[in-house]
Design a protein around this ligand. Sequence first.
Ligand SMILES: [Fe+2]
Ligand SMILES: [Fe+2]
Length: 359
Amino acid sequence: MKLLLAEDDAQVRTELRELLSEEGYTVVTASDGIEAFEKFRDDKDIDVLLLDIRMPRCTGLQTLDAIRKIDVGSERIFETIFITGNNDSESVVSALKLGALSFLFKPIVVEQLLAEIDAAKESISQRRYKRLQREVLEAQIAENKGRLSRLTQELDGGYAAAIQMLALSAEHYIPGIELHLHRVGEMASVLANRLGFENKEVQNIRFAAVLHDIGKLKGPEELYNAERKLTPEEFEITKAHTQSGEEFLSHSTDPVFKLAAVIAAQHHEHFDGTGYPNGLKGDDIAIEAAITHAVDVYENLRAPRPYREELPHHIAVGIMIDGDDKSSPDHFNPRVLQALLAQHRDIEAIYERYRPAKA
Ligand SMILES: [Fe+2]
Ligand SMILES: [Fe+2]
């Protein structure tokens, strides 16, 4: 334990230093406040300040104030005991404000001095222990956070891999569908973000939307691969991919796959109730499915078909907002359509980024 004794009276200083040295303390002395300040600043081992309040050049209070103000003491754990010759309540209040531990009044009683130094030692060791506890706790929290984010990443990696495998399996049966699934997933995440979903939800919607057509794996693949327009009867058959997708995906209780099941079931429902398979209307259609529906329509309008050219961005968006013989703006949740219009450049960019090979 190292003490700094700042006392302008040379005799008192010498007596106290000898006494404390005999008690086993290492004592550094200073004859005024400035010297005390400098010695404390330069010697990180000093734990206890014994400061005379009245000293030339800089009082004990100014010394402690300076130490606190310039923050040299911010990371240091130390205690201050003031020594004062007069029972000056104003100085005592000031000293307390500065965080002094205690006061000794001259003439100094040795037992009192040693008792106060013991109290300072005790306080310092308690504060060090608390700091250590806090550091250990903070380290544990940081470690747990790290572990959690690693887990989340691994989980996301797991989803991405599982979804990629499903998309690839679908590609095996229906060439070109993998690109469609990924574009729809990414476009859906843009709209979800625009509509104010949290980052994690946006991510979930992205994963879930990729799986919207996964029911097509159940076939009949010749209809999905037909290089011509389907007959009305054939089209009726393809509608079952919504229910097949829901059936595949509802085997999981995982939130992403549960959401994917809802999207698979409802992504051909129309806001005005004219969609399939259940003719759901308005807000009975999950917003995530309404989002997927809108970007799926955009993506299907744009993508080339064996029987027609690829449509330019502005024509596809124009059909969505004005309607044509198949499409009507009433098919879309108005909030979703607005979000699509607001983000149309991003939607276009996603389509361009994952440009399909020539059909
Ligand atoms: Fe579909
Ligand atoms: Fe689709």
